[in-house]
Design a protein around this ligand. Sequence first.
Ligand SMILES: Cc1cc2nc3c(=O)[nH]c(=O)nc-3n(C[C@H](O)[C@H](O)[C@H](O)COP(=O)(O)OP(=O)(O)OC[C@H]3O[C@@H](n4cnc5c(N)ncnc54)[C@H](O)[C@@H]3O)c2cc1C
Ligand code: FES
Length: 365
Amino acid sequence: MPQIALNFEDGITRFIDADESESIADAAYRHSINVPLDCANGVCGTCKAFRQSGECDRGSPSEGALSEAEAVEGYILCCQTRAKSDLVIDILASSEACKVKPKQTICEVVDLESLSEHRIRLSVRSREGGLPMFLPGQYANITAPDEGVSRPYSFTSAPGSDVATFLIRNLPNGRMSLFLKAKVKRGERLLLDGPFGNFYLRTPTRPMLFIAAGTGVGPFLSMLGCLAMTGSRDQVVRLIYGTRDPADLVELERIEALRALLPNFSYVTTCSNPASQHQLSGRVTDYMSAEALNYGDVDVYLCGPPEMVESGRRHAAKYGSPPANIYFENFAPAATLYQVTNEQNLRSDDCGRRRVSDTSSAARP
Ligand SMILES: Cc1cc2nc3c(=O)[nH]c(=O)nc-3n(C[C@H](O)[C@H](O)[C@H](O)COP(=O)(O)OP(=O)(O)OC[C@H]3O[C@@H](n4cnc5c(N)ncnc54)[C@H](O)[C@@H]3O)c2cc1C
Ligand code: FES
């Protein structure tokens, strides 16, 4: 049965399965998700949504509900459309409006490895059923219930794995960092909320350039793993991966293993510390040349600290990449997110819980 990822306006994603004979709206209702609906007959346009990827039968919408131009752009009517393959659909409403219930998975720590002084690899598995499905590039909020701390972390494993992995920066005096380093043991209970976020791999239609700073390489491991698994092995992808110091250039064995599977994947690493002896020096953005950006004909994905992401977006725009082809995720510190949630008068119990996808982007054509 095709799987449909429903992305809501507030960055929450839910996966549903859909029989090829039922509409997306019917499949959503069967999963207790009330997508906007009125006439259920292709006439009013209330259920309009945007198809990010996948094949579908659009049924017979009336011109008043969905114009031909909108259909060409990628819009669909959920009450009319049937899935012919896995789909990613943007629902033009919040998850709250659609009465999507929060999904929390109780997990346990399988492994915790120090990859360098500043990098931790956390592996968890579900204690009850499976892990949530997610799109490669998305993140989950991980909560240590006894510690009262929650932080967003991007999956580095590919969707569908039994064990989810995360690459975590170990910050001196960071609340989650201290907890992971000092207290976590195998079998420790953690809560996983998600998936969230609009930073995920789109259907490849042109070469891709991945720009990663620090632990921002994490979501790219998931994306590359997905490309290797799903028959897009010939996709042209270049990764530029930077850290301050060479010791923090971690997960290179994983990247090498992916390179062996993806013939058109290449990568370079660079270190910004002027004292480092690394072969390439400088920031990742120093290597975003016109050629690397394929003179604008490229999908650019950026992930890392907000300053790098901002500077990378400017570089990409300078060389002609349209904003619609630039996707990014800011690894904003929890303190910043706390400020954002306060401003929005949302619940902000422990300064890390994040429900609003305010710092990630996925431009719609
Ligand atoms: C959508 C999203 C996905 C994320 N995914 C990842 C991921 O996959 N891996 C990962 O390592 N991080 C990721 N982060 C960042 C992560 O959620 C935490 O903010 C980070 O790990 C610090 O948590 P902490 O509790 O250890 O430190 P905190 O207790 O939050 O912070 C301790 C001190 O360090 C400062 N600080 C916090 N973060 C930074 C920073 N980045 N640079 C400089 N100073 C900082 C704080 O202001 C504070 O003074 C993500 C953030 C977002 C928003
Ligand atoms: S609900 Fe009216 S067009 Fe779908």
